[in-house]
Design a protein. Structure first.
Length: 482
DNA sequence: CTAGGGTTAG
């Protein structure tokens, strides 16, 4: 067009920008942006908004912000684009700050804006803030949108309030695929397996066509319940719907079979894959190996990961832990040394609990919390009760070679226990204690928390890196399969 | 007379 001597106008620039953003063609986008500046279109709100979006999609958020700040006129699209840009990069704080500023400046936010900002709350498990924004949404009449609805379903689910997710789902009868998928994944995370299968049937009966994400959701549900046959059924069903299984579906199947102890079947799936197995596929196998203590196979899988030339810290930790779990501390140490030499950091285990507008975070053995003394006293006191009820600490989950006293100490103060104790001394008895953790809960803590729920009569909801555990009356919703 | 920019689910 330019070669033919035509000049782009205020309609053409946004389209060109959109294309650059979708392709992540940052440099090309920058040139078009320059041309818009030179030809005097930079003051146009459509052009400006599209430039903001283009830079945000190219992960050049600072350039996006520079353009945003320089816009003479901004509207709801410009604000939403900027907020959404921050959410896509995981800059949750900045997204929320901007949203607040938009409200402060009396700008009308709409369903686009709400959907983005609710997602932020979900990602950061900010239940209280999320609820407030949900309320605002109702007040402003944006609560019937499927986009807002799926963000809300996901928010409540991620924050451990599955009832809230169901309620939002029921209240929005006009559901699109994203909303069904959000509800499905919520069921999977909370181990409401029959409900997940029900939903899938309902989708079929209302002729909502599942997509590749839908199948990831149901496979995930099967994996969490150890339902191998059902998983195979859905995997086969993909063909009927004409959906080619991707890397993630294979990883899911390997995860399902591996967790269920069918490690040979898992290997068979990998061998039959028409595409090259990726790190996540081998990672799923490693997880199965760890659970079922098959160190030989774990080493084999780890070797394959090394061949891919990729290093992610989780992968090395899996290998190191596989060695340690069978008492081969020397090799575990060697694996850790590889981690250190390559500068890979193991993620610190953290647990957090939300109270009002605060998030209280704990690490294992942490004494930094102002209420530390009270928390540890609570754990001591509760520990005695638990032991009288039959709890015995299982120190095989301590993955370091230390004396048994030290092991006992290490395991008593894992981060989730500190967070739960904080909840016990802070929240009224009828309120469930919701704790989030970034790593997998260890077997001993899982047992201990069952005793805790029994000895205190409290409902404890713990999210680990993978799923939710709901402890009540000495039992866990995962049925001890996780 | 028409036309352009921003969202969800893993």
């Amino acid at each position: 067009m330019l070669d033919c001597g035509f000049r782009p106008d205020d309609h053409i620039y946004p389209s060109a920008m959109k294309a650059c953003g979708m392709l992540s063609w940052c440099e090309f986008g920058r040139s078009v942006h320059c041309l818009a500046l030179k030809t005097g279109f930079d003051g146009d709100v459509f052009v400006g908004s599209s430039v903001v979006d283009m830079y945000a999609k190219c992960e050049e958020i600072r350039d996006a912000r520079k353009v945003f700040d320089g816009m003479p006129v901004r509207n709801v699209v410009s604000w939403s684009g900027m907020i959404c840009g921050y959410t896509q990069l995981g800059e949750d704080d900045e997204a929320l700050r901007l949203f607040k500023q938009a409200l402060w400046e009396d700008l009308d936010v709409n369903d686009f804006t709400f959907s983005s900002v609710i997602r932020v709350c979900g990602n950061s498990t900010l239940l209280e803030l999320g609820k407030q924004i949900h309320g605002l949404c109702l007040k402003m009449g944006y609560d019937s949108s499927s986009f807002v609805g799926s963000s809300l379903v996901s928010l409540y689910s991620k924050c451990g309030v599955i009832e809230g997710a169901y309620q939002v789902f029921e209240e929005i009868p006009d559901r699109n695929l994203g909303m069904w998928n959000a509800m499905l994944i919520a069921c999977a995370q909370h181990a409401h397996i029959r409900k997940a299968f029900d939903l899938f049937r309902q989708m079929e009966s209302v002729r909502m066509k599942p997509n590749f994400i839908t199948f990831l959701c149901v496979l995930y549900a099967c994996s969490h319940a150890g339902l191998v046959e059902e998983g195979k059924h859905y995997f086969e069903l993909m063909k009927v719907y004409g959906i080619e299984p991707g890397e993630q579906h294979y990883a899911s199947m390997v995860d399902l079979l591996g967790r269920a102890g069918r490690l040979r079947d898992a290997i068979a799936i990998i061998n039959e894959m028409p595409i090259k197995p990726t790190e996540s596929v081998w990672g799923a196998l490693l997880t199965g190996c760890r659970i079922h203590k098959d160190t030989e196979l774990a080493v084999y899988a780890a070797d394959r990961v090394f061949e891919l030339g990729q290093v992610s810290s989780g992968m090395h930790v899996l290998l190191a832990n596989a060695y340690a779990a069978t008492g081969r501390y020397e090799e575990a140490g060697r694996a850790r040394k590889v981690l250190r030499d390559r500068g890979v950091k193991k993620e610190t285990g953290l647990s957090w609990v939300e109270q009002g507008n605060c998030v209280h975070t704990f690490a294992a053995g942490d004494r930094r919390h102002p209420k530390s003394d009270e928390i540890y006293r609570k754990l001591e006191e509760l520990g005695e009760k638990m032991e009288r009820a039959g709890y015995v600490a299982d120190t095989s989950f301590v993955l370091r070679e230390v004396g048994s006293d030290e092991k006992n100490q290490a395991i008593r103060y894992h981060s989730e226990r500190l967070a739960i104790a904080f909840g016990l001394i802070t929240f009224p008895p009828e309120r469930p204690i919701r704790v989030m953790k970034n790593l997998r809960v260890c077997g001993d803590c899982h047992t201990a928390i069952k005793f805790m729920s029994n000895c205190t009569g409290r409902v404890i909801i713990l999210r680990d890196n993978n799923r939710f555990h709901r402890f009540e009356d000495g039992k866990c919703s995962c049925g001890d399969y996780w």
